[in-house]
Write a protein that binds this ligand. Sequence first.
Ligand code: ATP
Length: 441
Amino acid sequence: MKPMETPVTLETLVALCKRRGFVYSSADIYGGINGIYEFGHLGTLMKKNIRQMWTSSLDNQLGQVVQMEGALLGPEAVWKASGHVAGFHDPMVDCKACKRRFRADEFDLSKGCPVCGKKDWTEIRAFNMMFKTQLGAMEDGSSVAYLRPETAQALFVNFKNVLTTARVKMPFGIAQIGKSFRNEITPKQFLFRMREFEQMEIEWFCKEEDAQNTFDFWIKHRLEFYKSIGVDMEKIRIRAHEKDELAHYSKNCSDVEYNFPFGWKELEGIAYRGNFDLTQHSTHSGKELAVFDDATRTSYIPHVVECSVGTDRLFLTLLFDAYREDEIEGEKRVILALSPAIAPITAAFMPLTNKLSAQAKLLYETFKKTGMSVDLDESGSIGKRYRRQDEIGTPFCITYDFDSENDHCVTVRNRDTTKQERIAIDGLSEYLKNALHTWKR
Ligand code: ATP
C-alpha cells in the first residue's frame, strides 16, 4: 500500500459526495440553490451516526441532560428578546462594477473586489440574517415570525417547562438537535457555510459560582468527543475569543477549530453566556424564570454554558479528516477512513459469485435485524466491490465463498489494512463488535 501525498480538495469531496449519494445540491434538477443541500442515503446514515455519538457524549458526571425538540418558527417577540431582531447582522457591501455582494468583514476592501478587482464599493450596510415570514393571512405586525437562526432560544424559552416537568434538579442540561436558518450573504465551502443547516446544542444551567469551572469542564469534554469519533487531534485546537470578539453578555467564549484546507475555522462554539438569555426572556415575557435554592433560601436566575456545533460542518470535517488515496498493486484506491461509529455502513456482505447469493443474503438479513447498518454488495469483481466500499468508508467487507459452505467461515477484509481474516460465522457478531470498539485512527 502506497499512500498518496496530495491533500484532499473541497472539489474532490463535493464530487465524491455527489457520485456516491452522500449529498446533493438542493433542487438539483432546477440548477441547485446556493447554500442549501440535501442528503442522500449514505449521507443520511452518516448524519444519524454523528447525532447518536453526540447525544451519547453528553452523559457525564456533571449531572442530568434532557432532550428537547423546539419549533423552527418563532414569534417576533422571542427574537426581539434574544437580541436577534436588533443585532443578528453581518456587514454587507456590493461591488458597483460587477454587482457581486460580499461580507465586508471577510477581506480587505482596500485591495479591491475579489471578482473584478475594482475598488468601487457601496456603503457597508447591516444585513439581518434571519428569514422573516408571516403567520396566517393577517399582514399586521402581530403575525410576524422568523425561522430560527439558532436552536438555543427554544431551550431558554422552555427552561421553566422543563424544570417543572422533567424531574431535573439544578445543575442540568437541555440538549437539542435541529435545523437553523441563516440568510448568509455569501454561503460557501459546501457544507461549511449553509443557509439551512443543523445544529447540535446543549445549554448547561448552573449557579454563577460554578459557571467558570463548568465552562472549563465542557472544553475538555468536547475535545474528548472529537477524539472519540476519530478526528485527527493535531488538526483540532481551542481558540479563546479576544475581549472585543465577545458578545456584550458573554463572559467567556472559546471555539473548537479545525484545520481545514481553507484554514483554521470554527467547528464548535463553547460560550459562557452569563444569565443574559433567561433574564431577557423573563423581562420580555413577564414570567418568573428564577429558581429557588433550598440551601440559601434565595432565588437566582441560572447562568448558562452553551456548546454548539453544526452537524453539517462536522460532517464535512469528518470527510476531510478521513479522506485518503493510496495505491495497491498499481491501482488507485480512495478510502474514507471514518471511525466505524460514524461510517454509514458497518459491514458489506458479498457472495463470491452469484451462485452464493442466497447464503450471503441470509447473513446480511440476519445482521440487519440486529440493527447493524449493513449492505449487500453483489455486482462486479470482489476487488471492485472492495474499492466501492472503501470509498464510502465501510470498515468491513465480508465474503461468503465456496469454502464457507463446508467450514462455516467467512472472509473479513479490513478497510484500513486490507488484511483478510477467516472468521467463523458463529463468532462473526462478536468479532465485529470487538473490532468496532477497539478501532483506532
Ligand atoms: P461562523 O463564525 O462560522 O459564522 P458562528 O460563530 O456564527 O459561526 P454559532 O452561531 O456559534 O456560529 O453557531 C454554532 C455552530 O453552528 C458553529 O460552530 C458551526 O458549526 C455551525 N454553523 C453556524 N453557522 C453555520 C452555517 N451557516 N452553516 C453551517 N454550519 C453553521
